[in-house]
Design a protein around this ligand. Structure first.
Ligand SMILES: [Mg+2]
Length: 271
């Protein structure tokens, strides 16, 4: 028996979908569940009804979930933070094209990151604060999701191939337990264009999951990972539940859960 989750309150859609799947409808208030013997084509159903539809994973044990790890740029927040710095610095187009190629998986992340940071040489460090205060927005449902997972005692972390300045500020704002991101060098209140330490690429994101699991004594299959870009795929392969959030097609194909329409709080429906 499969459990299909319809992340919508719309009773008309729920009834139509239940009939189509020859399943039993279960109203859970925030969403509907449909128990069916069929194996639905979820991608096709999402496109047909224009709502989020997922399967309740049979391999992931929701009651044993222990850690939620989210990517930052375009996942926990709506922007690509380096692109926003570049806009203020007046080099937006140059930097955004490199970011996009990296997100599509067409360019090695580490070299693209270093190239982008070097373009920011001479940018005042207060620009980062300005981006955080004036341009950075949390993704829809981010606060609700974090609040919820804390009530069920999950540890939380943000992992980012972006700048640690933003990850740290998000940790403080949302009360996250952990963060890891890239450090850039500042001298005389300006970015020097240099990166300090290892660049957080796809491999380092996966390594962070291993490190957190070792720190807390968790198994990787107790981890939920959320992301939107190609460099999130490696960490998602080792976690118990992977969530593609308004993500690139490559991720949608490879993740357990796909959110295309709703906010991050859509994840609460699984618990
Ligand atoms: Mg991202």
């Amino acid at each position: 028996m499969n459990t299909v989750i319809l992340h919508s309150h719309d009773l008309a859609i729920a009834q139509k979908l239940a009939a189509q799947l020859k399943g039993d409808l279960d109203n859970r208030q925030s969403h509907f569940r449909i128990h069916t013997k069929l194996f639905p084509d979820l991608e096709q159903l999402r496109d047909l009804y224009r709502v989020d539809i997922n399967l309740l994973s049979e391999t992931f044990n929701y009651s044993e979930a222990a850690l939620l790890v989210s990517d930052m740029d375009s996942t926990l927040i709506t922007i690509e933070s380096i692109d926003e710095i570049a806009k203020i610095a007046g080099i937006a187009n140059k930097v955004a094209s490199i970011t996009e190629q990296a997100m599509q998986g067409k360019l090695d992340f580490t070299s693209s990151f270093k190239a982008r940071v070097s373009m920011l040489k001479g940018t005042k460090s207060e620009t980062l604060e300005r981006v955080y205060n004036e341009h950075l927005r949390l993704s829809e449902g981010a606060e609700e999701l974090i609040k919820f997972v804390k009530t069920i005692n999950l540890k939380t972390a943000v992992i980012s191939g972006g700048l640690s300045y933003f990850a740290k500020r998000l940790q403080d704002q949302l009360g996250l337990d952990n963060y890891r991101a890239n450090n850039v060098e500042v001298a005389d209140d300006c970015l020097t264009g240099n990166v300090i330490g290892k660049v957080i690429d796809a491999h380092e994101k996966a390594q962070y999951i291993h490190d957190l699991c070792a720190q807390y004594g968790f198994q990787e299959n107790q981890v939920i990972a959320i992301g939107d870009g190609a460099n999130d795929l490696e960490m998602m392969k080792i976690t118990g539940l992977s969530v593609a959030y308004h993500a690139k097609p490559l991720l949608q194909k490879n993740c357990d859960v796909v959110i295309k329409y709703g906010g991050l709080d859509t994840i609460i429906d699984f618990f």
